[in-house]
Design a protein around this ligand. Structure first.
Ligand SMILES: *Cc1c(COP(=O)(O)O)cnc(C)c1O
Length: 395
């Protein structure tokens, strides 16, 4: 008998990963998350962060974080329902609600936590969750924590969604339709106006996870709901504070009733310590910045268009992206990883993404263009794509 504490059952699984060629070490970043970084000891152009607006190392956000630390300390000391709900948290939520043009906002410690806590709190046995097949892992996990039944519709397929709604309507009390606002692997936008119309037709609730739409789409980054002018028609609008906003955290925007209920039954809020003051202070500053200027989102979109145009003109397949997320689809899994490795050798970091994160045969490097890149950096990156693409006979 082997000793269970040697974790040989895990060692075997790790060996399987190595045999499959998908074993990897965590890359080590030795600088702030910016357009150019030091990664694993090498200076490279960074095309892989979600720091869309360059806020993660913005001087005004850093100053706000330091000021919050000086007044409130480094930790909030408790969960929000006991004594971890500072006036700073309340100010952040009021400001976010104003920014999102919704009645109220409830924040969580991360976008992941927000889905884990919210979906189970708003559904129960006798309800059904209808989810897009390409929804994010945190939605899948969040739905698993709910006692409602679950079913999936084909990616952005409205005929299929309607068929599922028809079948479910008589069988269940509440129906919750969940979709990503922007799909993280392909950069396509959910057909939200059609989803909302179907939801209204079948009296279903809508839940949009706008992690990649927050700070990117809509007026000054107000998100996918704002982009489609659907205010008041989406019940739960989820955003993350960890991507474009540059800090950490997640939130639900919607009605005052939603906020009241989550303050009683949002489990991560009841059982996990609230966001630290530094994070909250810098989030407030980020939202104020976005409310005062569209400069950051304008630059993001300008850079995204510039890069996408140049990459597709070279002959790369960038799929159906409608946002700054730019997948460069290589296909074969091993070839994708090799492509990513050679880009890195030539000074560009773009993470390779392969099965099971994306379907087999659709391996890609996913380029994330940000407002922080200069045109010169993007041009240099495009040159490297051309070089490696030709070297590997992809172009
Ligand atoms: C990144 C992401 C999350 C998780 O957000 P964090 O704040 O990083 O925890 C949730 N949903 C979607 C769709 C995401 O892309």
């Amino acid at each position: 008998m082997s000793n269970v504490h040697e974790l040989s059952f895990l060692k075997e699984k790790i060996q399987e990963l190595k045999d499959l060629g998908v074993y990897r070490k965590l890359p080590i970043l030795e600088s702030a998350s910016e357009a150019e970084v030091i990664l694993n000891g090498k200076r490279v152009i960074n095309l892989s962060s979600n720091n869309y607006l360059g806020f993660a190392n913005h001087p005004r956000l850093k100053k706000a974080a330091i000021e919050a630390v000086e007044k409130y300390g480094v930790g909030s000391g408790a969960v929000r329902t006991i004594i971890g709900n500072m006036d700073l948290h309340e100010e952040m939520e009021r400001l976010l609600a104003e920014f999102k043009r919704e009645e109220a906002v409830m924040t969580f410690q991360s976008g992941f936590n927000c889905n884990a806590g919210t979906i189970q709190a708003i559904t129960e046995k006798g309800d059904v969750i209808i989810s897009d097949e390409l929804n994010h892992a945190s939605i899948i996990d969040g739905a698993r924590l709910s006692r409602a039944d679950k079913t999936v519709y084909k990616h952005s397929d409205m005929n299929h969604l309607e068929a599922v709604l028809k079948e479910c309507r008589a069988k269940y009390r509440n129906i919750l339709i969940i979709t990503d606002g922007v799909f993280s692997m392909d950069g396509d936008i959910a057909p939200l106006p059609d989803i909302v119309e179907l939801a209204e037709k079948y009296s279903a609730m809508t839940y949009v996870d706008d992690a990649h739409g927050s700070g990117v789409l809509g007026e000054s980054g107000r998100g996918t709901v704002d982009h489609f002018h659907l205010h008041g028609r989406v019940d739960f609008s989820i955003g993350t504070l960890s991507k474009a906003i540059g800090v950490i955290g997640g939130y639900v925007a919607g009605s005052e009733t939603m906020r009241e209920w989550l303050s009683h039954r949002g489990r991560p809020l009841l059982f996990s310590t609230s966001l630290p003051p530094a994070a909250v202070g810098s989030i407030i500053e980020a939202v104020k910045l976005l409310m005062s200027t569209t400069e950051y989102t304008d630059r993001l979109w300008d850079n995204a268009r510039f890069f996408k145009e140049k990459i597709s003109r070279l002959g790369f397949n960038i799929g159906n992206s409608e946002t700054p997320i730019t997948p460069v689809i290589i296909g074969d899994e091993a070839k994708t990883m090799e492509f990513s490795r050679r880009l890195f050798e030539n000074g560009v970091f773009v993470s390779g993404i392969v099965f099971p994160t994306v379907p087999k045969g659709l391996g890609r490097v996913r380029c994330m263009v940000t407002a922080g890149h200069t045109k010169e950096q993007l041009e240099r990156a495009v040159e490297v794509f051309k070089l490696v693409g030709e070297e590997m006979r992809i172009l």
